[in-house]
Design a protein around this ligand. Structure first.
Ligand SMILES: Cc1cc2nc3c(=O)[nH]c(=O)nc-3n(C[C@H](O)[C@H](O)[C@H](O)COP(=O)(O)OP(=O)(O)OC[C@H]3O[C@@H](n4cnc5c(N)ncnc54)[C@H](O)[C@@H]3O)c2cc1C
Length: 327
């Protein structure tokens, strides 16, 4: 009989793991959000769209390229070739081309995850809160104390601080891993009021990245949508500040850096990512956490130093190991 596996989190890592284990186990994915995406997130308001988490990704390994191939062929994933610049408050802008393909999903970054999800058993709006081990099985409960089922294995693909709380693993399991915050500012600005470049790497500022999101492939240029990300240091220092003040400060920074008139900003929204980007990891780690005896495991970008491809690789390596050991 196939084992029952609960996977916590339906971001790229959770979905990759579920797809790769589908022939070997009965899988249930639990996702606390209303939709799929995790940090490959897209916010919509009317016809405006902001990709306020990951803005693009690269694909270096053969395995990740193999996953992407059919989605590139059907237009879900498209190469992005922006006119990219570098901005700093003290220097004139200069062009900084990319030297490897950068990809985006369409019509929003969460489009890739939606395309990966058919056939999977996913419980949305379900936050796993507690695990209890009884008679060799794991019983899961949500935040209302309702039972979610009985499983042989529990695997978390949630960001590190959430995984640490959920999985009863030895404290030193998580040594060497860490995650940092980021603010995402989402502005509504008509395309005609914006500079000619499409995206900017920013130096010496609370902001580190600006993109005119509506100019990404597969978006509608008529609905001007700007995404600006803060540095991790700035987010750390202002994490508990009044959110209206944070929004105001970052909008001012945006206008100063780009020369866009504050009057051209029709609307501003802010998202605080408490766990945005994983710290770099050292010494070529395995890329996942596994306690085979207790049948607990974790994967996700934080196991390999962050970014979209790391989330895929972590789940891909964990799936291979679980299949190798016969689950
Ligand atoms: C602002 C920002 C900018 C970024 N920019 C880039 C970029 O340009 N390029 C790049 O490659 N990467 C970028 N990244 C990183 C990239 O988004 C991540 O590496 C990748 O999406 C992580 O995928 P994951 O599956 O490991 O985790 P996640 O996408 O975080 O998925 C984990 C899921 O677990 C769910 N969850 C958590 N706790 C529970 C629970 N208790 N019960 C149920 N569900 C739960 C969450 O809701 C989430 O959906 C960026 C991230 C952020 C936030």
């Amino acid at each position: 009989m196939k084992p029952n596996i609960a996977i916590i989190g339906a971001g790229l890592a959770g979905l990759t793991l579920a797809r790769e284990l589908a022939d070997h186990a009965n899988i249930t994915l639990f996702e606390k959000a209303r939709g799929l995406g995790g940090r490959m997130a897209t916010r919509r308001r009317d016809r405006h769209r902001w990709d306020h988490g990951a803005q693009f990704f690269t694909a270096r390994s053969r395995a990740f390229k193999t996953l992407l191939r059919p989605f590139i062929d059907n237009g879900t994933v498209v190469e992005w070739r922006p006119n990219i610049t570098t901005l700093s408050p003290r220097q004139p802008p200069y062009k900084r081309p990319w030297f490897e393909p950068h990809y985006v999903a369409t019509p929003g970054m969460n489009g890739l995850l939606k395309a990966m999800s058919p056939g999977l058993n996913i419980a949305l709006q379900t936050r796993v809160d507690t695990l209890k081990q009884e008679a060799g099985k794991w019983r899961l409960f949500d935040d209302q104390r309702a039972e979610l089922g009985e499983f042989d294995w529990v695997i978390s693909s949630a960001p590190l601080p959430q995984t640490e709380v959920l999985l009863p693993l030895a404290a030193d399991t998580y040594a060497g891993f860490g995650m940092r915050p980021c603010y995402a500012l989402m502005l509504t600005v008509n395309d005609g009021d914006l500079p000619a470049w499409d995206a900017a790497q920013v130096n010496d500022s609370p902001l580190r990245w600006i993109a005119f999101n509506h100019r990404l492939p597969g978006r509608d240029r008529n609905f001007g949508a700007v995404v600006a990300h803060s540095t991790a240091d700035w987010a750390d220092a202002h994490l508990e500040d009044h959110q209206e003040q944070v929004k105001h400060t970052l909008t001012e920074q945006f206008c100063t850096l780009t020369g866009v008139s504050p009057n051209a900003v029709q609307d501003a929204q802010l998202h605080r990512w408490r766990y945005a980007q994983a710290n770099a990891v050292e010494n070529d780690p395995e890329g996942y956490v596994l306690d085979a005896e207790r049948k607990l495991a974790a994967c996700g970008d934080w196991c390999l130093g962050g970014r979209v491809e790391a989330a895929f690789t972590s789940a891909h390596r964990l799936a291979a190991q679980l299949i190798r050991q016969g689950l």
